[in-house]
Design a protein around this ligand. Structure first.
Ligand code: ATP
Length: 230
């Protein structure tokens, strides 16, 4: 375990060296024609009050097998540009969509996430999916968060373009799409046009609240890191 964490951190460090540390403070979020004020609380009955007072909470879900700088960059960027109160890092328990891939134990993935985010006071690790038995689904997580947080809290689910293109395959997708806002980051190798087209389709069909972020995090992946440490 110690060796895996060390190698993961060392590889992230190497990637950091390759990339100029130009943090995108002034980078804008493309709202694709949707004004920020249209991002309303999922609880319609309290929308007028919530619009003024709602806390915005980011959700950074992932297998984190292992976590890497791409994940933390997305969370930082969303935190800054959306004025989030916090970003929850939620490691998936048993990922339903990665059959045949070696997945480190929940304890090891959790430990790596804790180490990666412990120095950022705005990042919180949430273990609700690890505690659930069997496959874990975002729709259940969203319902649980909505129940756990104060009424009116607005949730922003942070995704890379590759995961967004898979969104329609999520379990109870049509329910999940209405439960929160979706914040989609560019991802190396993913055609932005496909992301834009899907975003528009989901807005038209389901009234989905989708933000496309004009920012591509470091082109790293857990797959690449696993290969590096083999
Ligand atoms: P793997 O290579 O094993 O598929 P991954 O690097 O995609 O893993 P996950 O934990 O599956 O990592 O990703 C969690 C979320 O983070 C997903 O929404 C994914 O699209 C996004 N993501 C991860 N890395 C990046 C990156 N470099 N750029 C943009 N999005 C990313």
């Amino acid at each position: 375990m110690g060796k895996v964490v060390f190698l993961s951190i060392a590889t992230n460090w190497a990637f950091n060296l390759l990339k100029p540390r130009k943090l995108p403070y002034n980078r804008s979020i493309r709202k694709e024609g949707i004004p920020a004020s249209d991002f309303v609380c999922h609880r319609e009955q309290c929308a007028p009050r919530c619009r003024l007072e709602a806390a915005r909470v980011g959700i950074m879900g992932g297998t984190f097998n292992p976590i890497h700088v791409g994940h933390t960059e997305m969370a930082q960027e969303a935190y800054r540009t959306l004025g989030l109160r916090e970003v929850l890092f939620i490691p998936v328990g048993t990922p339903p969509h990665k059959p045949g891939v070696f997945v480190a134990s929940p304890q090891d993935r959790l430990e790596m996430v804790r180490l990666a985010v412990e120095n950022d006071p705005h990042f919180t690790v949430n273990t609700m999916e690890l505690q659930r038995k069997g496959y874990t689904y975002a729709v259940d997580t969203l319902h649980q968060l909505i129940a756990d947080y104060p009424p009116g809290t607005e949730f922003y689910y942070i995704l890379g373009g590759d995961a967004f293109l898979y969104l329609e395959n999520w379990y109870r997708f049509e329910e999940a799409i209405g439960l929160c806002n979706y914040v989609v980051f560019e991802r190396a190798g993913v055609e932005p046009r496909l992301v834009q087209e899907l975003a528009q389709k989901l807005r038209d069909r389901y009234g989905a609240r989708i933000l496309l972020v004009d920012y591509e995090p470091t082109p790293v992946s857990s797959t690449l890191l696993r290969r590096c440490i083999q």
